[in-house]
Structures are given as C-alpha cells and as structure tokens.
Write a protein that binds this ligand. Structure first.
Ligand code: DQA
Length: 141
C-alpha cells in the first residue's frame, strides 16, 4: 500500500517559521513518518510544492492508495485543488499542524474539506501520524 503525503505552500519552511508550526523540520517529520508507516506495512511518497498547479498535477497523476494533504494557505481558497481532490477516489485526509478553527477568521474555512474524508488539526506533527494510521487501519478492515 502506498500513501502520498502531500504538503503545499510554505510547508517546506516548517520548523523555521511561526512557533505555532513547531520546531521540527518537514524532513525530520517525514523521516519519522516513513519509519512509522513501514512498521505498519505501508510505503510513503513525499511530495511538497509551493505551486498550486504542481499540486493539481500530482493529484491527477494518481498512483497512490491513500492521501494525506496539508495544502497550507491553499486550504482556504484553492478551488483548483478542491476540484482535483474531488476526482481522487482513495481515502483522503486533510491535516493541519495548527488548530485552524482557533486562529484568524480566514483560516477557519477550508474549501478542501468537503472533498476529503476527514480533517485532523491542531496536534502538531502528530496529525500526519494519526492520518497515516487511520488510512492503514481502514484499508485492513
Ligand atoms: C497550516 C495552516 C494554514 O492556515 C497555513 O497557511 C499553513 C499551515 C497548518 O498546518 O497549520 O501554512 O496548513
């Protein structure tokens, strides 16, 4: 089973930006996540882009059995990514390091949410682990 971990705009700066996103870098999170998934029999592909079109292209390309997506600020206004997500037929989990519901008003709305199976937010890097764990467990049901 292959799960795509897709991070969008500014997530490459994780660990070096606002404190709300923690001090761990994306590479460090991904390294831990890879071990976690492998122990549970799943392979991960990591994709990060600051470009909306590249994110849409990667979603359209397919080749994965589950998706964890943190689109960053695109979450709040990208109808292009929302439309691309609609056509993804695997399990899709939206994640956010910070609790978007408890932040500025513009962050409280996700235009991607209606095209995802669930959303996990506000638990720091744990959100990626919880999403991967959920996808693996739902596959094994
Ligand atoms: C984020 C929340 C977004 O509002 C923000 O633009 C990000 C990161 C999060 O992981 O908490 O870049 O998606």
């Amino acid at each position: 089973m292959k799960i795509l971990i897709l991070n969008g705009v500014n997530l490459n700066m994780t660990g070096k930006r606002e404190a709300v996103y923690g001090t761990e870098t994306l590479d460090e999170i991904n390294a831990r996540l890879k071990v976690f998934a492998k122990e549970r029999g799943a392979d991960l592909e990591f994709f990060q882009s600051n470009s909306e079109g590249e994110i849409v292209d990667r979603l359209q390309k397919g080749g994965f059995d589950g998706l964890v997506i943190n689109a960053g600020a695109y979450t709040h206004y990208s109808y292009a990514i929302a439309d691309a997500l609609y056509s993804v037929k695997t399990k899709k989990i939206e994640v956010h390091l910070s609790n978007i519901l408890a932040r500025e008003e513009f962050r409280q709305k996700s235009v991607l949410a209606r095209n995802c199976d669930g959303c996990i937010a506000g638990l720091g890097a744990d959100v990626y682990f919880l999403a991967v764990d959920h996808i693996i467990r739902s596959q094994n049901k």
